[in-house]
Design a protein around this ligand. Structure first.
Ligand code: GDP
Length: 297
């Protein structure tokens, strides 16, 4: 399960302090040292850990006394609130354009789960919000990627717009939006090309698609199993494209949690959804508070 190591370590650290009727500065020091190590071991970004620990220390030491909680519980409350804030506080919503269709551009490296997530997101929009999305295949470099999206479309019984591999992705995206307007699709989800690494050609193409279709959302899909790499990838994509949110995939795997806990702090952009499996209904809204509770037990 995701976060297993981190959760185990934090929970045993916390157990030591929960019952305490009095929490000394020394207790806080020991606790924060262990929390720090646990986070670093879970591959959380170094600077993120440092800032977080400083905030926890400040708040835990200068804690106002609350009647309903033991001092130990209060310290834990601080840790939980800080972890929640770190991951983005309030859960974020998905955009709705007042001039349909709402355009969502999916970006990310190859293998991150972009095409699968495109299908999952379409499924969620239809199921939960009663929307009628049009999927668009803009990865013209890999015929297999187009086929994959078409197969997902068939499974979902949802239209996929594709013009093969000879037309430029910018033209495909433009024509897809015209089609969506004519056929009253309220969402257009564009599956763009991915590469194994961030590269200039890819970024140029994505920027051109962005300036042509002016998307309401740009979701970066990252693989949570790749830890700090996922954070670096998010930083690059955000610098180049000013993304609106992140979808973190493979949270059903045994990720250590570093990406989930660092991306918001490093990029300033929220994690909006989490991929929890390969099936098309395994995409969930990302709830920072629930995630923090899961980690802290
Ligand atoms: P793309 O190259 O970014 O379009 O990646 P794909 O959508 O083809 O996904 C790559 C692989 O990751 C596929 O085998 C997917 O089934 C798998 N995958 C995607 N999302 C998840 C997820 O949330 N959990 C798990 N376990 N597998 C996923």
């Amino acid at each position: 399960m995701a976060f297993e190591g981190l959760a185990d370590r934090l929970q045993s650290t916390i157990k030591k302090i929960t019952g305490k009727g009095k929490v000394s500065e020394q207790d806080v020091k020991e606790m924060t040292r262990e929390v720090r190590l646990a986070l670093l071991e879970a591959d959380v970004n170094f600077k993120v850990v440092k800032d977080l620990i400083n905030r926890i220390k400040e708040r835990a030491v200068g804690q106002e006394v609350m009647e309903s909680l033991t001092p130990g519980q209060q310290v834990i409350k601080v840790v939980k609130e800080e972890l929640t804030d770190l991951m983005g506080g309030e859960q974020s919503k998905i955009a709705v354009s007042d001039r349909p269709p709402t355009v969502i551009m999916m970006v990310g490296l190859q293998g991150a789960g972009k095409t699968t997530t495109t299908g999952k997101l379409a499924n969620l929009l239809r199921k939960k919000y009663n929307r009628s999305p049009l999927l668009v295949a803009c990865d013209v470099y890999r015929p297999a990627a187009i086929k994959q999206l078409e197969t997902l479309g068939e499974q979902l019984d949802m239209p996929v717009f594709s013009l093969g591999t000879e037309v430029s992705p910018i033209d495909i995206a433009k024509q897809a939006i015209d089609k969506a307007k004519n056929e009253h699709h309220d969402y257009v989800i564009i599956d763009t090309a991915g590469r194994l690494h961030v590269d200039t050609d890819l970024m140029d193409e994505l920027q051109q698609i962005k300036s042509t279709v002016v998307p309401d959302e740009i979701f970066l899909v990252v693989d949570s199993m790749t830890g700090q790499d996922a954070v670096n990838v998010a930083e690059s994509f955000n610098e180049q494209l000013d993304i609106s949110g992140v979808v973190l995939t493979k949270l059903d795997g045994d990720t250590r949690g570093g990406a989930a806990l660092s991306i918001k702090a490093v990029t300033g952009k929220p994690i909006k959804f989490a991929g929890m499996g390969e099936k098309l209904d395994q995409l969930e809204a990302f709830h920072p508070e629930r995630m923090a509770s899961r980690i802290l037990g």
